[in-house]
Design a protein around this ligand. Structure first.
Ligand code: FAD
Ligand code: NAD
Length: 469
C-alpha cells in the first residue's frame, strides 16, 4: 500500500488547487481523477459557456450591422462552427490543468474512481492507498427535477448541450438561474427561438429584484419568451404542460440545479457525514466529520464557483498539511452571471442587509445614464447599487452592465477590507469606465452626509471668508 501526506479526489478547480498547493510544500501528494483533469469548469461549465457567449455576442453584433450601413446578418448561426470556437478555447486552457502541468509540483496523478475503504485508506481500481489527510473535491452534477415525463424526454443538461450537432429551432430552457440565463441568451442570439421557464416569480432569484427585472427585459427584447412563476406539470410529445396552452419545443435543456458527487465514494465507512442534499458537511476549516478528511468546491454545497472552489482547495491543503487556518470570508466572495449585460454581486442585498442591521442601512444607486462610458457604449440600462451598513461600511454591491464582472472585483476588496463609502470615494477611478458607477455611488454618499451637516460647512465657509478676504 502506498502512503501519501495528502490524497486529493477530483481534478477540477478545487482539487487541482489543493494538489498544487500541497505539491508546493513538498508534500507527497496524489491526485485521483476518475475521468479527465479540468473538471466542470474546463469541459462543461465556465470555459465553454463563456466562449459560447462571446461568439453569440459577435453574432448579435453582426445582426445589427445595418445600423452602420453594412449588410445585417440574419438566420441561424452554424452551430458546428460555433462549437469549434468553444473547443478551441477549451484546448487552449486544457494544458494548464493537465498531469504534465502538475509534474513540476511533484503531484502524482492516477486515473479511476476513488473509493474509501476506511478512515485513512482508499482504493483506486486495484491500487490501495493510505493517507495522512485527504481532500474530497468531486464536484457536482446536474439533477433533473421530478416532473412527469422529464427524464423520458431525454433533456439536454449543461453536461451534454456541448454535443449538439445543430442549432435547435425551438429551445425550451427549464430553469432561470445563472446557467439558464447564460445559455438561453446565447442560443437566442445564435438563432434559436428560446422559451425560458422559471418556477419562482423572477429570473436569477438570488439577485436584487431589479437585476432580475432588467435581465427579463433584456432577454424579452432579444426575442426570448420568459415564463416566470411557471410550474411544469408534465413533459410529453415535445411539449411542456403547465398553466395555459402547452409550449412546444424541438430540444429541451434542463438546468434546474445540481447535486454533490458523493455517491459511491464509500464515505460512510470513512466516517464522513453527508447533508440532506448529499453534500459533504464541513466545519469552518473545511474538515468533514472525519477530521483527516477535508472537502472543497461544489461537493461542500457551499460553493458553486470556480474561484471559490480554488480558494477552498488551497485553504484545505494548507490547514491539513501545515495546520495553518485560512479563514474564508464567504460574504466577500463575488459572483457574476455572464449574460449581456452581466449581473455581478458581492456581499448582502439591500433586504439581507436590512434584516441584519435594520434602519441604519442605506443604499446608494447610480443609474448608468449618468455613467459616461455606458452612454458612449449606448448601454445605459444598467445600474450600480452600494449597500452601506453600520458606519457607512460597504456590505454589499450589485452592478448590472456589460462589464460588471470587472467592476465587482474592486468592490469585493472593499467588502472584505471593511471599507466605508468615504474610503472608496477617496480612491481615484479612471474615466471613462464602468467603475465610475460605484465611485459615484460612494461619492454621492459622502456628499449627502456633507450636505446633511450644512451648518458645519456653512460655518467653516463663513470663517474662511473672514480670514482670507
Ligand atoms: C454552465 C456552467 C457555467 C458555469 N460558469 C461559471 C463561471 O462563469 N464562473 C464560475 O466561477 N463558475 C461557473 N460555473 C460553476 C463551476 O463550473 C463549478 O463551480 C466548478 O467547476 C466546481 O469545481 P469543483 O472542483 O468543485 O468540481 P468539478 O470541476 O466538477 O471537479 C470534480 C472532479 O472530480 C472528479 N470525480 C468525481 N467523482 C470522483 C471519484 N469518485 N473519484 C475520482 N474523481 C472523481 C470529476 O470527474 C471531476 O473532474 C459554471 C457551471 C456551469 C454548469
Ligand atoms: N457565471 C457563473 O458563475 C455561473 C454560471 C452558471 C452556473 N453557476 C453556478 O452553478 C450552480 C448551478 O447553476 P444553475 O443555474 O444550473 O442552478 P441554480 O440552482 O442556480 O438555478 C436553477 C433555477 O431553476 C429553477 N427551478 C427549479 N426547479 C424548476 C422547475 N421545475 N421548473 C423551472 N425552474 C425550476 C430554480 O428556481 C432556479 O432559479 C449555481 O450555484 C451557479 O451559481 C455559475
Amino acid at each position: 500500500m502506498s502512503a501519501y501526506d495528502l490524497v486529493v479526489i477530483g481534478g477540477g478547480s478545487a482539487g487541482l488547487t489543493a494538489a498544487r498547493t500541497a505539491g508546493r510544500f513538498g508534500a507527497r501528494t496524489l491526485l485521483v481523477e476518475r475521468d479527465r483533469l479540468g473538471g466542470d469548469c474546463l469541459w462543461t461549465g465556465c470555459v465553454p459557456s463563456k466562449a459560447l457567449l462571446h461568439v453569440a455576442a459577435e453574432v448579435q453584433a453582426a445582426r445589427r450591422a445595418d445600423v452602420y450601413g453594412l449588410g445585417a446578418a440574419s438566420g441561424p448561426a452554424d452551430l458546428a462552427a460555433v462549437m469549434e470556437q468553444v473547443r478551441r478555447a477549451i484546448a487552449a486552457i486544457e494544458p494548464h490543468d493537465s498531469a504534465e502541468a502538475l509534474r513540476p509540483f511533484g503531484v502524482e496523478v492516477v486515473y479511476g474512481p476513488a473509493v474509501f475503504t476506511g478512515p485513512r485508506t482508499l482504493t483506486v481500481g486495484e491500487r490501495e492507498v493510505s493517507f495522512r489527510y485527504a481532500v474530497i473535491a468531486t464536484g457536482s452534477s446536474p439533477v433533473l427535477v421530478p416532473v412527469a415525463g422529464l427524464a423520458e424526454a431525454n433533456p439536454l443538461t449543461s453536461d451534454t448541450v456541448w454535443e449538439l450537432a445543430g442549432l435547435p429551432e425551438r429551445l425550451m430552457v427549464l430553469g432561470g438561474g445563472p446557467t439558464g440565463c447564460e445559455l438561453g441568451q446565447a442560443f437566442a442570439r445564435l438563432g434559436s427561438k428560446v422559451t425560458l421557464v422559471e418556477v419562482l416569480d423572477r429570473l436569477l432569484p438570488r439577485e436584487e429584484p431589479r437585476a432580475s427585472q432588467l435581465m427579463r427585459e433584456r432577454l424579452e427584447a432579444e426575442g426570448v419568451t420568459v415564463l416566470t412563476g411557471y410550474r411544469v406539470e408534465k413533459v410529453a410529445d415535445g411539449a411542456v404542460y403547465g398553466v395555459g396552452a402547452p409550449v412546444v419545443y424541438d430540444r429541451l435543456l434542463a438546468v434546474t440545479g445540481r447535486r454533490a458527487n458523493t455517491a459511491g465514494l464509500g464515505l460512510e465507512g470513512a466516517g464522513v457525514r453527508l447533508g440532506e442534499q448529499g453534500q459533504v458537511m464541513t466545519d469552518g476549516r473545511l474538515r468533514s466529520s472525519n477530521r483527516r478528511i477535508y472537502a472543497a468546491g461544489d461537493v461542500t454545497g457551499r460553493s458553486a464557483f470556480t474561484h471559490l472552489g480554488g480558494v477552498q482547495g488551497g485553504a484545505a491543503a494548507v490547514d491539513a498539511l501545515l495546520g495553518v487556518r485560512r479563514a474564508i470570508d464567504y460574504e466577500a466572495v463575488p459572483w457574476v452571471t455572464f449574460t449581456d449585460p452581466e449581473v455581478a454581486r458581492v456581499g448582502l442585498t439591500a433586504d439581507e442587509a436590512r434584516s441584519r442591521y435594520g434602519d441604519v442601512v442605506r443604499v446608494r444607486t447610480v443609474e448608468h445614464d449618468r455613467v459616461d462610458r455606458a452612454v458612449a457604449d449606448g448601454r445605459t440600462e444598467g445600474f450600480t447599487a452600494l449597500v452601506l451598513g453600520p458606519r457607512g461600511r460597504i456590505v454589499g454591491a450589485t452592478v448590472v452592465s456589460p462589464r460588471a464582472g470587472e467592476t465587482i472585483a474592486h468592490l469585493a476588496a472593499a467588502v472584505r477590507l471593511g471599507w466605508t463609502a468615504s474610503h472608496y470615494a477617496k480612491t481615484v477611478h479612471p474615466y471613462p469606465t464602468y467603475a465610475d458607477g460605484p465611485w459615484h455611488a460612494a461619492l454621492s454618499d459622502v456628499y449627502a452626509r456633507l450636505f446633511k451637516n450644512q451648518w458645519a460647512t456653512g460655518a467653516l465657509l463663513g470663517l474662511r471668508r473672514k480670514v482670507a478676504r
